[in-house]
Design a protein around this ligand. Structure first.
Ligand code: ZN
Length: 185
């Protein structure tokens, strides 16, 4: 706004007149130095103690729950321990009812993986070990399951491994979860 369009301004651009007592004051003044009147509603609100208090307190009221929850997360051992989580929860991530079958070239393991931990997991790493009738390890393999396994849930899986020998030699097997990532979702 140019100075000439403002009726409150005097000839000199750095001065204006008070709306209430009509005394002269600096053009930038928000409060009249003569009668103490606020020169605009906004200025009086900004200057009032109630509004100042509200300006300080309202953001705190809004931020307090956010701060509370982020502190809780910071304090949570689950989050602090990060990748160490799997080691802590390893025994709660269980393979149940695994079965070994065969097709033309592979040995196939079907089963369920159950999550008895309070954490959601994903990208489970499975390790398979196969033994012959004497208990000698004849083959081993790893497979990654790109699944999400929520806390308390179970899910079916099927993994396969190229056979190292005839299927008759596959007498026993072991399968376990060797790693899982905490779910990011
Ligand atoms: Zn005044």
């Amino acid at each position: 706004m140019s100075d000439k369009t403002n009726p409150e301004l005097l000839g000199e651009s750095s001065k204006k007149r008070c709306k209430f007592c009509f005394e002269e004051m600096d053009a930038r003044a928000v409060k009249c130095p003569h009668c103490q009147s606020w020169q605009s509603r906004g200025a009086s609100l900004r200057g009032s103690p109630g509004v100042r208090l509200a300006a300080a307190v309202v953001p705190l009221i809004i931020l307090a729950p956010l701060l509370f929850f982020s502190f809780r997360n910071l304090l949570s051992l689950d989050r602090l321990s990060g990748k160490g989580d799997f080691e802590k929860h390893r025994s709660g991530i269980k393979i149940v009812q695994p079965k070994m079958t065969f097709d033309s070239y592979d040995v196939v393991i079907l089963g369920k993986v159950k999550n008895d931990t309070p954490v959601d997991w994903e990208d489970l790493q499975l390790e398979m070990t196969f033994k012959d009738a004497d208990g000698t390890v004849i083959d081993t393999d790893t497979e990654k399951l790109y699944i999400t396994l929520p806390a308390g849930k179970e899910t079916s899986f099927k993994v396969r491994s190229n056979r190292a020998g005839p299927k008759e030699s596959y007498h026993a097997f072991d399968i376990r979860v060797t790693w899982a990532e905490k779910s990011r979702f």
